[in-house]
Design a binder for this molecule. Structure first.
Ligand code: PHE
Length: 341
């Protein structure tokens, strides 16, 4: 009987499923297509006696609407990728991707590390928040010695004193307390001093520290290593000069100048017409520092040096205002695209 067929088709089509657009289309053709199930029913319907046509006609309409609604739902619920399959055009020209750049301070730091690692120095690291012992006491700064004022210190806590390290020399102490000589380390890092921020000073900057301890280490070794370093970094013709100086942790101590990279030693605004610019402090490690850090000063000697990365970067790239280094202005940073490693 036709009404039973309609009933079972209602149930059958309500349970239809599909996972692709093609499956939905195949179902549509099967049920609603020109040679489909509905069409066969219509043929049967036309043969019915007049008195039943009205009732069966309504049921057929209901069935048709129900199938249509079911197909619509199936189409709507298809997994998204299927509908978007053609959206990815692999032949299209790609958008240009902007290249990033290394920060100039990173470029210069890496270059310094690379030069010293070729000379046999290995990397060492230490915390930026440091105790008084590693920053001052172990480095031979007596408790009330005015030398502590040389470096305006940011205190985190008092008694026991915890500070933001004012120099990377604190890492010397950390290395010595855990390692026996020979020691040959290079320690790059950020340091902090309580200074008003201007074009020429900042409350944080970067240093690279070097420390060499072994049985027969002399000031001549220090001088030769620094000369090699200066020529590697600034070029073959670079001259160095060492001026006597004072640091609590080295004796004797010196400051090193290099011939001005900008005017070639003739005198310019950068070197204040002297032809020389200071780039680092250095000296022979004071025996008191070796002893304070558990190294026998009768057996071992050492040298140390420390330099400011900003200063060297200014020399190499002629950056006039220190504040540019920490402002993250892309107009500044973009200028270093493709420089170094
Ligand atoms: N720590 C010194 C400073 O910050 C630099 C230095 C390091 C000097 C090692 C001598 C030896 O000024």
């Amino acid at each position: 009987m036709i009404t039973e067929k309609i009933q079972s088709l209602l149930e059958e089509t309500a349970a239809l499923t599909a996972t692709t657009a093609k499956e939905v289309e195949d179902l549509r053709i099967h049920y609603l297509g020109r040679k489909g199930v509905m069409n066969d029913l219509m043929a049967e319907f036309r043969e019915l006696p007049q008195e039943t046509k009205r009732e069966v006609g309504q049921k057929l309409n209901q069935l048709k609407q129900s199938i249509q609604a079911q197909l619509d739902t199936l189409r709507k619920n298809l997994p998204a990728e299927d509908g978007k399959k053609d959206a990815l055009d692999l032949t299209r020209t790609p958008y240009p991707t902007p290249l990033g750049s290394r920060h100039p301070l990173t470029l210069v730091r890496n270059e310094i590390i690379e030069i010293f690692s070729r000379l046999g120095f290995v990397l060492a690291d230490g915390p930026e928040i440091e105790d008084d012992w590693h920053v001052f006491s172990s480095m031979n700064f007596p408790a009330d010695h005015p030398a502590r004022d040389m470096q305006d210190t940011f205190f985190i806590a008092r008694q026991p004193d915890i500070v933001l390290r004012t120099h990377t020399s604190s890492v010397q102490s950390r290395v010595m307390e855990t390692t026996q000589p020979p020691i040959r380390v290079i320690c790059p890092g950020r340091v902090y001093r309580n200074e008003a921020i201007s074009a020429r000073a900042h409350c944080f900057f970067h240093q690279v520290e070097g420390l060499y301890i072994d049985k027969h280490v002399s000031f001549a070794d220090l001088k030769q290593v620094l000369l090699t370093f200066a020529r590697e970094l600034f070029g073959e013709g670079t001259q160095i000069r060492l001026r006597p100086s004072y640091f609590p942790f080295t004796e004797p101590s010196a400051e090193m100048d290099i011939s001005c990279h900008i005017c070639g030693g003739k005198g310019c605004a950068f070197c204040k017409q002297t032809g020389w610019v200071e780039i680092l402090g250095c000296g022979m490690v004071d025996p008191a520092v070796l002893e304070a850090n558990g190294i026998d000063s009768k057996e071992y000697k050492g040298y140390a040096f420390g330099m400011g990365v900003e200063r060297i970067t200014n020399l190499k790239y002629r950056v006039k205002d220190l504040r540019l280094f920490s402002e993250n202005d892309v107009r500044f940073l973009d200028q270093f695209v493709g420089e170094g490693f």
